[in-house]
Design a protein around this ligand. Structure first.
Ligand code: FAD
Length: 520
């Protein structure tokens, strides 16, 4: 996973943990369902960690959590919560007894301050079933209420944040002080100018403090920022952190052990990668769709047809794909439950001795860390293999409806990515590229080159980002050491010889280049 329990402030949930943590919890939750192979999730992890650290003191009211949907043990739970795209953000209210999949946080802007503000909005709207008991009132109080606070007899401090209607500072400070005793924080709006003038408020946000001995006045703080207000209030004499009966920390992740590195040749393709991709695609990615109908079902049928006809796989796997394709083609129904697909892949096939690996084993797609490379790498390889095989063996597509349609393979891959690929951002970018130029493809060879070019666009966009494996830097591919003939210098600049690139791609993604080493 991308988050370390104990090290990061993020609550790392596991399969039992989502329900265990959110059901009937006295706090609300914001859970990020992510996939550790999704580049965007990797890139976003520092923000999520920083957010969790920033609102650590809000934990009695609302908690920031994460669950890795790519971990095998979490597949079922992500399905139960209907997670189709990564990352998906869901809010869970306090005291939800019944099972619920939560409420989507849909904000397009996921910068830290925006998410923090949305957490506040969620808490404020959290009326049904009661707000978390530890969450103080977040609504502004009236000037008349402030006057009554002056007669402070509680023996504690009362801080009042004066602020504009659009400001979140007051609510943030209120929540920052949740675990502190001897301090009550309120907020009020700056709408009553006369009252403000009477108290001597010249600008907002500002903090007015009523001491336990009932003296009072404005706090002179270096900068009128949330962090300055909160730090000052926490530092006052007598203000201490409460000893909270903190709820159980979610269980620590088990030690996953060290994975053994498998030596491989980057000039070859590995059956283990392609079969692992198929396993993940059929048993995990599709599983997010409880039932398949209409355009989704058509996309699955077309995609399985392509794989069954074109993949240069091992005979038992090809037989399995062929049976799956025939079964899908013969279906009289226009809606099928996903379970039926799974049943076919798992049980019927095993009975007939046909078997698709039931766990991932990456070889050419190994990453130097478990969250790097893996599935998206093998999916690209599968896609390239399909375009190359369609160009090399057009006869394989006879009677499929794809024959003589040079864009058919790419259009099917495009629909697959749009419908089933869990990485939200990847799907969006791929669709943009397809809209831009896929209709210029006129031959199967052009389809091979189109996918190669677009993959290189993705490579350059991702170079240097946190999802890049330092052991496998993103660079225009094939690199000169893999294909010297593909490169030439034009006016001192490295340029492609596309004729040679096509020859190389057809060799690289050919049956002859596929190694069964490490396959089950
Ligand atoms: P990958 O880029 O996955 O490449 C896998 C293998 O393919 C390489 O090892 C190499 O052997 C071969 N290869 C590399 N380049 C080419 C090429 N041009 N032509 C043919 N073969 C090549 N991640 C994001 O963060 N943002 C995105 O928008 C995004 N979009 C994606 C879209 C799709 C359709 C897919 C399948 C993945 C996408 N990803 C995206 C994931 C990302 O592209 C990588 O797959 C991931 O970061 C793992 O990178 P990698 O180093 O294993 O190499």
């Amino acid at each position: 996973g991308l988050y370390r329990p104990g090290e990061d402030a993020v609550w790392v949930l596991d399969s039992g943990g989502v329900r265990g943590a959110t059901a009937n919890s006295s706090a609300a939750w914001l859970v990020q369902f992510y996939s550790s192979w999704c580049g965007h999730c990797i890139g976003y992890a520092p923000t999520w960690r920083a957010l969790a650290g920033d609102v650590r003191d809000w934990a009695a009211a609302i908690r920031v959590a994460a669950l890795d949907c790519a971990a095998e043990k979490n597949h079922d739970v992500c399905r139960a919560y209907d997670i189709r795209l990564y990352p998906t953000f869901r809010y869970f209210k306090a005291f939800t007894k019944e099972f619920t999949i939560g409420e989507d946080f849909k904000g397009a802007n996921r910068e830290l301050p925006t998410v923090r503000q949305s957490m506040i909005d969620f808490l404020q709207n959290h009326t049904e079933g009661g707000r978390p008991p530890a969450c103080p009132a977040l609504e502004p109080i009236l000037p008349s209420d402030i006057l009554s606070l002056f007669d402070n007899r509680g023996g504690h401090y009362v801080a009042v944040i004066f602020e504009s209607n659009s400001s979140y500072v007051g609510r943030e400070v209120i929540l920052d002080l949740v675990p502190y005793e001897n301090m009550v924080v309120k907020r009020t709006l700056d709408s009553d100018r006369a009252f403000l003038e009477k108290l001597g408020v010249t600008s907002v946000p500002a903090c007015y403090l009523i001491y336990p001995n009932r003296t009072r006045g404005f706090v002179n703080i270096g900068k009128p920022l949330r962090s300055f207000f909160s730090a000052y209030l926490k530092s006052l004499p007598g203000v201490r952190k409460k000893i909270l009966l903190s709820p159980e920390k979610p269980s620590r992740e088990e030690n996953v052990g060290t994975t053994v590195w498998r030596e491989f040749d980057k000039a070859r393709l590995y059956t283990a990668d392609l079969e692992s991709a198929l396993h993940y695609l059929l048993r995990v990615e599709l599983a997010a769709h409880r039932s398949l109908a209409g355009a989704e079902l058509k996309t699955l049928k077309d995609f399985i047809t392509l794989v069954a006809k074109l993949l240069p796989g091992r005979p038992p796997v090809m037989k399995l794909l062929e049976m799956l394709q025939e079964w899908l083609a013969s279906l009289p129904l226009d809606r099928i439950p996903y379970e039926a697909v799974l049943d076919l892949v798992n049980n019927k096939m095993r009975i007939s001795g046909l078997f698709l690996t039931s766990h991932v084993k990456w070889v050419g797609c190994q990453g130097s860390r478990p969250e790097l490379r893996g599935y998206p790498c093998a999916l690209w390889q599968l896609f390239h293999t399909l375009t190359v095989q369609a160009a090399a063996r057009p006869e394989a597509l006879v009677d499929t409806g794809f024959e003589g349609a040079p864009q058919a393979v790419l259009q099917t891959l495009r629909r697959y990515v749009r419908t089933f690929f869990g990485c939200r951002e990847c799907g969006k970018h791929f669709e943009e590229m397809a809209q831009e130029s896929l209709d210029t493809v006129r031959t199967p060879d052009q389809a091979v080159l189109w996918l190669w070019r677009k993959h290189n666009v993705v490579n350059s966009r991702l170079a240097g980002l946190p999802s890049e494996d330092p052991r496998f830097p993103k660079a225009p591919w094939p690199t000169p050491d893999l294909c010297p003939a593909c490169h030439e210098e034009v006016k001192g600049l490295d340029s492609w010889d596309e004729g040679q690139v096509l020859v190389f791609l057809k060799q690289h993604y050919s049956h002859a280049n596929l190694l069964d080493t490490y396959s089950a």
